[in-house]
Design a binder for this molecule. Sequence first.
Ligand SMILES: C[S@@+](CC[C@H](N)C(=O)[O-])C[C@H]1O[C@@H](n2cnc3c(N)ncnc32)[C@H](O)[C@@H]1O
Length: 413
Amino acid sequence: MTGNDRVRGQYEAYPYPHRKPADEAWRLVVGSPSHVLEINHYLFAGRRDLASGFRALFAGGGTGDGAIMLAQQLAWAGGDAEVVHLDLSDASQAIAKARAEARGLRNIRFVRGSLLDLPTLGLGSFDYIDCCGVLHHLESPEAGLEALVSALADGGGLGLMVYGQLGRSGVYDVQTMLRMIDGEDDGPARIARAKRLLADLPESNRLKRNPFIRDHLQGDDAGLYDLLLHSRDRAYTVPEVVALLESAGLAPTAWIEPGRYDPSSYLRNPDLKKRAVALPSADRAAFAELLAGNMKQHVVYAAPAGRVAAAVAVPDSPEAIPVLREQDATALARGLKPGGTLTATFDGLQLSYPLPRLGPAILSRVDGERDLAAIHKDLAAGNAKLGWETFKKDFDALYAGMNAINAMVIRYR
Ligand SMILES: C[S@@+](CC[C@H](N)C(=O)[O-])C[C@H]1O[C@@H](n2cnc3c(N)ncnc32)[C@H](O)[C@@H]1O
């Protein structure tokens, strides 16, 4: 059996992540990459009309989390956007299809095949390509990325997720042990042995000591198999992700959540902070990874290197429309005090941002439709002395924190 057959065999037997189509009735799984607002903000400067003529590919779309999320968001927006779900595994694709049917989504096309064959599959080119949790399972992630880039339309970009080396501390120790004591067993026997080993891990074991890895504790066999029994997986540091992107002529436009990759968000010492801020952006992200030590995956948006500077939206004009990614602005604003602190915790890492005086008042007016000019006008109606400069300074401070924790992005009409 080749390595590729083994990977395909795993996902036929254990489609991952484990999903029940009936659950679509009560919830939409949302995440990164591939949230419609993130795609627009981090790849199209907030200015792409994603409802019209937009094509997205989910390469190794699996049981459908990303494809279903984006297809649903595009369907809500109306228009003729198309999502293509490409996967090697029939079993995974059947689950993704059943989820699409449960939602009545008609904008997804399902294609069985390998992303490595993209240059010859005749699927056309895509404005956006998601490849989440797949490249690190390929024999050559570089060849996989090159195949993806061959299907990227001019002006398009990608959303990728690969495993993070530092945050997966302990995973490879257990993988190696299981390989050392493996027989020619089938999946259930392997899973049973893995569970016995997990139950026998001493307190000192690195996986046991890693509180951020939980896939093996959720009682779901597909998660346990993917984490500990995968026939081929590797993990990346930030510089290795950057090198992988470079091999295909790409560069990062953003890491998610942005604040986690910015050491100035959580260094307290002013001298250290100043030095970290002065680093080139890729080094800053690498420094943050070493400092935080908890990144178990890297979610990165990427575009051809020459396009990176223009790809990310900036709220530099009154026409910028701030949009909350998920949260309800009124409820969020109620929990914040002017001059207080905005905090968020990611896998044990706490990020804190000072809240400007007008922060809660601005936030409560963010509805995804009003632009900065309209929000300023509304606030100034109750305070004639509130000039644009003062308003914008406070908006920028609010945005710095909200965007860093991936709660707010920008779009333009
Ligand atoms: C870990 S799952 C991730 C699924 C999905 N992207 C997600 O994030 O939920 C990896 C998926 O990649 C698929 N896959 C692996 N190698 C592939 C290849 N060469 N071409 C297409 N799909 C592949 C597997 O069948 C599996 O469904």
